[in-house]
Write a protein that binds this ligand. Structure first.
Ligand SMILES: O=C(O)CCC(=O)C(=O)O
Length: 331
């Protein structure tokens, strides 16, 4: 699924692109089944620990996830099993889990249509950058009233390159955001400031409100609000963002979850900006034998990284913005 010259020109000039109808239900359904399996595995454990009153196994994934979170004081206990990244916290316990399942690997990260889209922008030497998440956002009415990170709550304004280390500022990183459910104005679709990738190089970010080092944000006063474009997209659609495009996501004010994956790609050989975490060669015309096609090899990379990071007292993710914490705009 190569992008047309018009689409590429829109992306390059505006810093974003909406592409509808990329992934089919036949590709997304196995991912949903995989995620249901994670709840099937974790729910009885949480019941046994006294965290949940029941497994909610009678509910479909969407409602079950919300019902489970509703009962949990520490929702990250569950969420971390679903994410496709280790957390960006000061310490990573040796038993930290993440989803390294085959449906997510083959149907999402290694999906040929997703790689074709990335190739249209970055060329044929594609590295899967480990700056990636799944975000499964319950209705705000189901969330506690305290700062929560953007994997479950709304996303504050930011540029993606701001969560990377300095060595990646010259990399060409592309964000590929994939809708697992429709993303609407009501349920928390993304929004962006067009052309901010050209006009706002290195916008100031404040350190975030939660313990995750990825929760930095651009103060609202620095956003050109009259220029905001909303990015609703149907299930199976994709939104592309340039690494410097200012963007955010609305609250989920609907009564159902809003679910997405956000992946990143850069050119092979460029710094990922998350050297702690493992990326892989997703596609290479020059050296196809270097492509990582085996889900268990991918899982091994993540668990090896976890084992190494669990030995560190303070990993020091993303400390670039701490000095600005005292700036009046950050208050
Ligand atoms: O899905 C969201 O809420 C925001 C995603 C985002 O900000 C990103 O992928 O950089």
């Amino acid at each position: 699924m190569k992008l047309s010259p018009t689409q590429i020109e829109h992306f390059n000039s505006q810093g974003y692109l909406i592409i509808e109808n990329v992934l089919s239900d036949a590709e997304l359904d196995p991912v949903r089944v995989e995620y249901t399996g994670i709840l099937d595995r974790e729910a009885p454990r949480l019941v046994e620990k006294g965290v949940l009153s029941q497994t909610y196994a009678h509910l479909p994934f969407e409602e079950r996830y919300t019902a489970m979170l509703h009962e949990m004081d520490d929702m990250y206990t569950l969420y971390q099993h679903l994410d496709i990244s280790l957390p960006l916290t000061a310490n990573i316990p040796a038993d930290t889990q993440l989803n390294t399942g085959p449906a997510t690997f083959y149907n999402i990260l290694r999906n040929a249509k997703i790689l074709d889209i990335a190739e249209s922008v970055l060329g044929p030497e594609l590295y899967s950058n480990p700056t990636q998440h799944t975000r499964i956002k319950p209705p705000v009415s189901a969330l506690p009233d305290r700062p929560l990170d953007s994997n479950v709550h709304k996303t504050y304004w930011h540029q993606d390159e701001a969560v990377l280390t300095d060595d990646a500022l010259e990399s060409n990183m592309l964000t590929v955001w994939i809708a697992m459910t429709d993303a609407t104005l009501e349920n928390g679709c993304m929004m962006c400031v067009p052309r901010s990738h050209i006009e706002n190089n290195g916008t100031m970010h404040c350190p975030g409100l939660t313990q995750s080092a990825s929760e930095i944000f651009i103060p609202e006063d620095l956003i050109a609000k009259d220029q905001i474009v909303y990015l609703p997209v149907k299930k199976g659609g994709v939104v592309l963002l340039h690494q410097r495009t200012q963007h955010a996501a609305l609250d989920n004010n609907s009564d159902r979850i809003r679910w997405s994956f956000d992946l990143r790609f850069n050119k092979i050989g460029q710094a990922t900006g998350r050297h702690w975490f493992p990326g892989f060669v997703a596609r290479s015309k020059a050296n196809p034998e270097q492509e990582l096609n085996d889900v268990s090899a991918w899982a091994d990379l993540w668990y090896a990284a976890r084992d190494e990071l669990s030995q560190m007292e303070d990993i020091g993710f993303n400390s670039r913005w701490t000095p600005f914490g005292e700036h009046a705009l950050c208050a």
